[in-house]
Design a protein around this ligand. Structure first.
Ligand SMILES: [Zn+2]
Length: 104
């Protein structure tokens, strides 16, 4: 459903629907309800961790939820590459805010 919103098309169009006689309306009540349901679902998620707020923001979570850390080495290397660039070219360089790192 998210991909439909990103593409700006209805779910039924995503599935191949095309306007036809007697079925000309793309954004019918069903399609609008799909999008409303998606928006409601997304509002129920925590912006920090992506879990349902009812789970991660429940006071019991302090004792029942556990986490581990790991390193995304791709991100670490890309950030190092961008730091090398700003060290060499200056943090005030206008291009410093438009750096794009690539894995090689
Ligand atoms: Zn959360």
């Amino acid at each position: 459903m998210k991909i439909c919103r990103q593409l700006g098309i209805s779910y039924k169009r995503f599935l191949g629907w095309m306007p036809s006689r007697g079925d000309e309306v793309e954004w019918d009540e069903t399609e609008r309800n799909w999008m409303r349901a998606l928006a409601e679902y997304e509002r129920s998620l925590c912006p920090m961790c992506g879990l349902p707020r009812t789970i991660c923001q429940d006071p019991k979570g302090e004792l029942t939820l556990h986490a581990e850390t790991s390193v995304c080495w791709a991100t670490a290397h890309m950030q190092q590459a961008m730091k090398r660039w700003t060290d060499a070219n200056g943090r005030d360089n206008p291009a410093a805010n438009a750096l794009v790192a690539h894995l090689t």
